[in-house]
Write a protein that binds this ligand. Structure first.
Ligand SMILES: [Zn+2]
Length: 161
């Protein structure tokens, strides 16, 4: 096949995912998100405050405004904290004769600390997952200007057809 110089070509090393978009390393992105870093570069901060995501990375400029973490972070946080705290709490309850006040004094702060400690990294992980899988507005196919580097519209169609 002859390729004229005027026809732009995708970088040959760029592997495509099922959507025909450049593949993003899901687990690397999620690790970066868990560290509350930009899923794209791993350097820029992901949050402006405790839980408020930045609209874009201040280091690489990646548009992060498309995240729709919604109530997934609290859901997974409750799931994890519950599965860690409750078995330990029940075990301690059955094996000791601590007063109710002592149980409250132990488990309330522990639950609170674990929840507040996990909520932010879990939210970062969810945002990174959505970014890596091109979920929601992260899917640029409707907006050619937002196409990631190395992607050209029509690539997927050309390869699948
Ligand atoms: Zn970045």
């Amino acid at each position: 096949m002859e390729t004229s110089p005027s026809v732009p070509t995708r970088h040959p090393d760029t592997e495509l995912n099922d959507l025909g978009l450049p593949k993003r390393d899901l687990f690397r992105a999620m690790r970066r998100g868990f560290r509350c870093r930009c899923p794209n570069c791993g350097k820029g901060a992901l949050f402006a405050g405790y839980l408020k995501p930045l609209p874009e990375c201040r280091v690489c400029g990646e548009d992060l405004s498309h995240q729709r973490a919604d109530d997934a972070p609290p859901y997974f946080t409750i799931l994890i904290v519950g599965h860690v705290i409750v078995p330990i709490m029940v075990t301690v309850f059955l094996l000791t004769d601590l007063s109710n006040a002592a149980h409250v004094a132990i488990w309330m702060p522990l639950t609170l600390a674990m929840t507040l400690g996990l909520l932010r990294p879990i939210k970062g992980t969810i945002i990174a997952l959505q970014w890596a899988l091109y979920m929601h507005g992260f899917d640029p196919r409707g907006d050619p200007d937002a196409m990631p580097e190395g992607y050209l519209p029509g690539d997927a169609a050309a390869e699948n057809g």
